[in-house]
Ligand binder design. Structure first.
Ligand code: ADP
Ligand code: MG
Length: 702
């Protein structure tokens, strides 16, 4: 290990290991690594998410409950008190009044150090406690009479952290990095100086110093909103780095070879002839885009967006046929078992009598059946393979994969997209990728999160659909709702009753659905009610779905497993319980299960009172619109892009400072700057990406 005494002599912080800093040993280094901080430079780009103002000492008499303050005074005494919980109470006094510090966890040594007569400075939140104004567990320092300990001169940054890494520790380490930055001249600005002018910032270095240590007179609200020019300058650079990374990924893809799958033939027209409907104009246009891509020897990376019910499945089937005709295998992957099974049924119905071997594979296919399926896939006997993410696993070996179809892709991030392609790569060739999503992606997100993809939009629904009529009803009207089901079902209609997620637990959700099912079954005596949820055996599920499709079941109580893809045209009524728990995109998906036939459909959103203003606003959007694109745009404005993209689960597009919702106004310029950088300063691209994206985030290296 380099000796600590050299710590400021070498000024190159870019690759300086953290252990060169004071107080950083292997244990702390590990904690930092879990925050993707490996070098001193990374510390500088670990940015605060809020601030505290510790630049002034507040007099005790002026304390206001709820505010964060610094107070300073002399200790009058301390005592252990036994209330509901044992605590240490320390009385302190300044010129104005007396306040108490309360500690629930404390050591004997700590108690001893807080001795009568000592001067103390502390920082904490003011609360109203049993003994008057109290600070619970404040941070504190005993200050020497001789040392006039200076009060903090800048705002105090609060950083994203990880378990076992205290803010103090983190801040102290970052402060050392900032010291080095001040002394060092090696922080390279990879962007032309005009960028700083655009944001009225003198340099990258100054922007960083400002963000970590804003001066005491800085305004907190723009800083906390991330709108200070220094922050926007960095957000811009970060978005640019992501953009360039995705562009590089795209370039890499363009270098790869893919099979030329030419549309040569008789099969596609024959299939089209057999369909009970004609493709809409939008479907024709989208399929011709797909078909052209497949015919070229570079891997297609195409995202097909189309609202629920716009008819994406047939596009996938036609593409699969084109690959099949060229002697290649096709993998079709869906996010849930039910949806995968439904694809399996759809594909089989339309393609089986063309002599195509279709295989189903999910985690629930086990034992002998699994071994058989794997053999069919690796030998190439099976030509179309449909399943869940089980298709990802190592044991699945394709013989000659030409196309992968990923349905409802918003659940997969860039990483999964890449890993999957990697998986399908056989000697010298990458498969084509067709990605389908029913969650429309607002244009700004398309430009940033999906820069590596081409996009087609099915912007038209098949004819004869009538928009779903959506009604908001309070839970107190439940019995009326049940009457309404009675009436609809006695007229031969079918209905869904959807129980939404309780916390994040599938088990709880299933139990809740069981309770509702029992209840509804008792109340609706003449109606055949059934239950479907994610914990049932695949066979049970598909039996129930088939009975529902055949009209043998009239009311289907379900969890959100039916969210995507399930297609039963005769169902025309849907009740969604506690819709306020779901995202708008998810509600729109669910609602898309009705309104598929010619019958006028209704969706009742049975909400729990009281509704927050935000929930009211969101449910009102659902009530007033059937347009998935509009709804997604609104959802993004209200809840941010993470929710829309489903990045919570996927870790896609994690930003240090940028926020796609807040910063989408930057994206047009990001794109322009990105392109000009590629033309004129392409050497700067790699270091820029390195700076902002950790190695495992660098999609290009997968
Ligand atoms: P989604 O885009 O939601 O996946 P699907 O592919 O499941 O939609 O199609 C929804 C329903 O519309 C299916 O029953 C399908 O057979 C039907 N469909 C698809 N295209 C057309 C069309 N051009 N005309 C009429 N019905 C269509
Ligand atoms: Mg679908």
């Amino acid at each position: 290990m380099p000796s600590k005494s050299t710590k400021t002599s070498s000024a190159d912080i870019t690759h300086m290991p953290l252990v060169r800093l004071q107080g950083v040993g292997p244990a702390l280094e590990k904690k930092f690594a879990s925050l993707n901080i490996r070098f001193v430079l990374d510390l500088l780009f670990h940015l605060p998410f809020r601030y505290q103002d510790r630049t002034r000492v507040t007099s005790i008499a002026a304390l206001q409950v709820g505010s964060d303050v610094v107070i300073e005074g002399r200790i009058l005494g301390s005592a252990i008190v036994f209330g509901r919980r044992r605590s240490l109470l320390v009385k302190i006094q300044d010129q104005s009044a007396v306040a108490n510090l309360r500690f629930f966890h404390f050591s004997a040594a700590q108690k001893a150090s807080l001795a009568e007569g000592k001067r103390i400075r502390c920082f904490g939140e003011v609360r109203w406690g049993r003994s008057g104004v109290e600070l619970f567990h404040p941070e504190y320092k005993i200050i020497d009479e001789q040392d006039q300990f200076p009060i903090t001169s800048t705002l105090t940054a609060i950083y994203p952290s990880t378990e076992g890494l205290q803010q103090n520790r983190l801040r102290n380490t970052i402060e050392q990095a900032l010291m080095l930055l001040k002394q060092s001249s090696t922080l390279i600005d990879y962007l032309p100086a005009e960028l700083n002018q655009k944001f009225s910032i003198s340099s990258l270095k100054d922007a960083l110093l400002y963000i970590h240590q804003p001066p005491k007179n800085a305004q907190l609200s723009p800083l906390e909103a991330g709108m200070h020019p220094a922050q926007q300058r960095l957000a811009f650079e970060e978005l640019l780095a992501h953009y360039l990374c995705l562009r590089r990924l795209r370039d890499n893809t363009q270098q790869e070879k893919a099979p030329e799958l030419t549309p040569n033939s008789t099969l596609i027209p024959a299939l089209l002839n057999r369909l009970p409907f004609e493709l809409t104009k939008a479907q024709q246009k989208v399929f011709s885009e797909v078909s052209e891509d497949l015919a070229v020897n570079k891997p297609m990376l195409r995202l097909v967006q189309g609202d629920v019910g716009s008819g994406k499945t047939i596009i996938a089937i036609l593409a699969a046929l084109q690959a099949f005709e060229n002697g290649h295998q096709v993998a079709v992957m869906a996010p849930t078992e039910i949806l995968a099974e439904q694809h399996y049924l759809n594909f089989t119905e339309l393609l089986a009598d063309l002599g195509i071997e279709i295989t189903f594979l999910s985690g629930k296919i086990k034992g002998k059946k699994r071994v058989e399926a794997l053999k069919l896939i690796s030998s190439g006997e099976s030509q179309i393979i449909i399943g869940t993410h089980a298709l990802f696993q190592d044991e699945v070996q394709f013989k000659k994969l030409g196309l992968m179809v990923i349905d409802e892709q918003h659940r997969f991030g860039v990483h999964q997209r890449l890993a999957l392609r990697e998986k399908g790569r056989s000697i010298g060739e990458s498969p084509h990728q067709l990605i389908m999503t029913a969650t429309p992606i607002p244009r700004t997100l398309m430009m940033s999160a999906y820069t590596d993809l081409d996009c087609s939009v099915i912007d038209e629904l098949p004819p004869g659909r009538t928009p779903v009529n959506t009604v908001l009803l309070a839970e107190s009207r439940r019995s009326q709702v049940i009457e309404r089901i009675q009436e609809a079902c006695s007229k031969g209609r079918q209905a869904y009753w959807v129980c939404t997620l309780i916390e994040e637990s599938e088990l709880l959700q299933c139990q809740a659905a069981e309770v509702t099912f029992d209840h509804l079954q008792q109340q609706l005596k003449n109606i055949k009610v059934s239950l479907i949820h994610g914990r049932m055996k695949p066979k049970e599920k598909s039996e129930i779905m088939n009975q529902f499709k055949a009209g043998e079941i009239q009311l289907l109580v379900a969890t959100t497993v039916i969210e995507v893809g399930v297609d039963v045209p005769d169902a025309s009524l849907m009740i969604i319980e506690n819709p306020e728990r779901l995202g708008l995109a998810q509600l729109h998906q669910l609602r898309g299960r009705v309104g598929r036939g010619s019958e006028k459909s209704h969706c009742l959103l049975l909400y729990q009172k009281p509704l927050s203003d935000l929930s009211k606003k969101r449910l009102e959007i659902m009530r007033s619109s059937n347009d998935g694109f509009y709804i997604a745009q609104k959802d993004m404005e209200i809840r941010g892009p993470g929710e829309v993209l489903g990045t919570r689960q996927t870790g896609l597009m994690e930003h240090k400072i940028a926020n796609l919702g807040r910063d989408s106004h930057l994206l047009d310029d990001v794109k322009a700057w990105g392109e000009s950088l590629r033309d004129q300063h392409s050497n700067n691209i790699d270091p820029l990406i390195d700076r902002w994206l950790s190695v495992n985030q660098q999609y290009g290296n997968v």
